[in-house]
Design a binder for this molecule. Structure first.
Ligand code: CA2
Length: 142
């Protein structure tokens, strides 16, 4: 019943710049919020700046996870390889963004991930992770 929460490039630097777009919450604080919201549900909360590492973790999640939440960060707009890996994930999958990518410049509007995700959450700030966790638990239980 493990839920994976994967985070892409630069998100380890959250809380250090552009607070008007991304807020002031650090990724460590987001992880703590998620662990509090998860209760007894096991969580794998990870971040990598490497596309290959994220793909390996998606494969691992495909073999073991009940659900997957991913903030692919800039890979959202570039990575067919991550999209291909996500396409193979057979259970609930949420694409998550802290900011509302559709409210931003044109280059942030086309996600490779959205067509293969069960659901997309964007623009709820750091709390989006907690909402995503509640939503994916409901989807798993349904
Ligand atoms: O809003 C999101 O969660 C994003 O996935 C974050 C990505 C951006 O490329 C997407 O358009 C939307 C960028 C993450 C950059 O990480 C930061 C690190 C430090 C301070 C601010 C952002």
């Amino acid at each position: 019943m493990t839920i994976y929460i994967l985070n892409g490039p630069n998100l380890n630097r959250l809380g250090t710049r552009e607070p008007e777009v991304y807020g002031r919450t650090t990724l460590a604080e987001i992880e703590a919020m998620c662990r509090a919201a998860a209760g007894d549900t096991p969580l794998e909360f990870r971040q990598s700046n490497s596309e290959a590492q994220l793909i390996d973790w998606i494969h691992e999640a495909t073999d073991t996870a009940a659900g997957l939440i991913i903030n692919p960060a800039a890979f959202t707009f570039t990575s067919m390889a991550i999209m291909d890996a996500l396409k193979m994930f057979p259970r609930p999958l949420i694409e998550l963004h802290i900011s509302n990518i559709h409210r931003r410049e044109q280059m942030y509007h086309h996600s490779y991930m959205s067509p293969v995700a069960t659901a997309v959450i964007a623009g709820l700030g750091a709390r989006g992770y907690v909402h995503a966790l509640h939503a994916i638990k409901e989807m798993i239980d349904a």
